[in-house]
Design a protein around this ligand. Structure first.
Ligand code: ZN
Ligand code: ZN
Length: 360
């Protein structure tokens, strides 16, 4: 029997523990637990040791966990940390790592209080996230399918876009189509923002109606087999105003230049710089208030961040978004976003939906 994808991931993590001077690692972030075990429930802890991994969950998930995971399983009748501690105390562990930025304070507190004095707690940052940043062929296939579903859902929802419908109606239609076409669920709350509201990069859909002579921004993502996709497209109801055309033209140029710069070995910050330089030439860089993109996988935002300060070099197998945007208070905003796979020789834009401003 070939080892499962999950057990290979655990082996890779376990192999890196010694280098971090760790005898074991407590994984508390649910997406990291899912990555390492396949378990999709909402209450779990994972103890990773160089030669074993034990998943802790509660009785509600006893059947599900046994179906989803091939690692050792312990069902806790009481609080998970108590059972984890009782097992940890029996192991000759000198240094145990914990996920510094993703551990509940009460869990850290009980570990700190109840671990035997021979065991030291050591903060660890991004050990699992680092592994997750580079996708396996199976993961890439899931993301590819997730992107396909998203592009099909967008096309299927297009006829809904018309004067007078409300932002939340269009958002609901996009979500509905994603589900019908095979998404597990939308990857995040779908953004539909029209007119001046499109200047809010993370606007929530409201009861505002779509009106003529306004920009319309749609940002949506699907989850398929747990893996996310992410896309933003722009529309205009009526003939685009010169101002709208100018913004869209500049953002499209910035987005295309940034995509063209994606290849293995290039620093994430250099890709961000490329988008920013194009917008600077257009005099719009001060309206570009977020980073150029982000990695995506089991989570919509994961490593690497495509931003000013991220020195990480891109590697083949990373999947990132490229999504520059400009936001003008009172007028509106423009963002164009694709999901992009870093390949051995450059990159492949997975998103197939046309990028031009949709005139409706
Ligand atoms: Zn997005
Ligand atoms: Zn995004």
């Amino acid at each position: 029997v070939p080892p499962s994808e999950h057990s290979l991931r655990r082996l890779r993590l376990a192999a890196g523990l010694a280098g971090e001077k760790l005898d074991a690692l407590i994984v508390s972030a649910l997406p990291n637990i899912r990555y390492l075990t396949g378990f999709t429930g909402s209450n779990a802890l994972l103890l990773v040791h160089p030669d074993t991994a034990i998943l802790f969950t509660d009785p509600r998930y006893a059947i599900q966990a046994a179906e989803e995971t091939d690692c050792r399983l312990r069902i806790a009748r009481g609080p998970l940390p108590n059972l984890l501690l009782s097992i940890l105390k029996r192991k000759p562990v000198k240094t145990v790592g914990f996920e510094k930025s993703r551990i509940p304070y009460d869990l850290w507190e009980s570990l700190d209080k109840d671990l035997p004095s021979r065991t030291r707690l050591k903060p660890a940052v991004g050990l699992v996230e680092q592994l997750r940043a580079v996708k396996s062929p199976i993961e890439i296939a899931s993301i590819r399918r997730s992107v396909e579903i998203l592009c099909q859902a967008f096309a299927a929802a297009l006829p809904t876009i018309r004067h007078g419908i409300r932002e939340f109606e269009l958002a609901a239609e996009l979500d509905h189509q994603m589900r019908l076409l095979g998404a597990d669920q939308p990857a995040f709350e779908t953004i539909v923002a029209s007119g001046p509201r499109s200047a809010l990069p993370h606007a929530r859909p409201t009861s505002k109606t779509l009106d003529y002579n306004e920009l319309l921004l749609m940002d949506m993502g699907a989850h398929h087999a747990g893996f996310a996709s992410d896309m933003t497209r722009m529309a205009f109801l009526g003939r685009p105003s010169p101002q709208a055309s100018l913004l869209v033209g500049a953002v499209r140029q910035a987005q295309a230049a940034a995509v063209a710069s994606v290849r293995p070995g290039v620093k994430a910050s250099a890709v961000d710089r490329t988008a920013r330089d194009v917008l600077k030439t257009a005099g719009l860089d001060r309206l570009f208030t977020h980073s150029t993109g982000h990695g995506l996988g089991l989570e919509v935002h994961e490593s690497p961040r495509i931003g000013k300060r991220e020195k990480t070099p891109l590697q083949a197998g990373m999947v990132v978004t490229i999504e520059p945007g400009v936001y003008m208070k009172g007028f509106g905003g423009v963002r164009i976003e694709d999901t992009v796979l870093v390949t051995e020789t450059g990159c492949e834009v997975l998103t197939t939906t046309p990028k031009e401003l949709l005139e409706i």
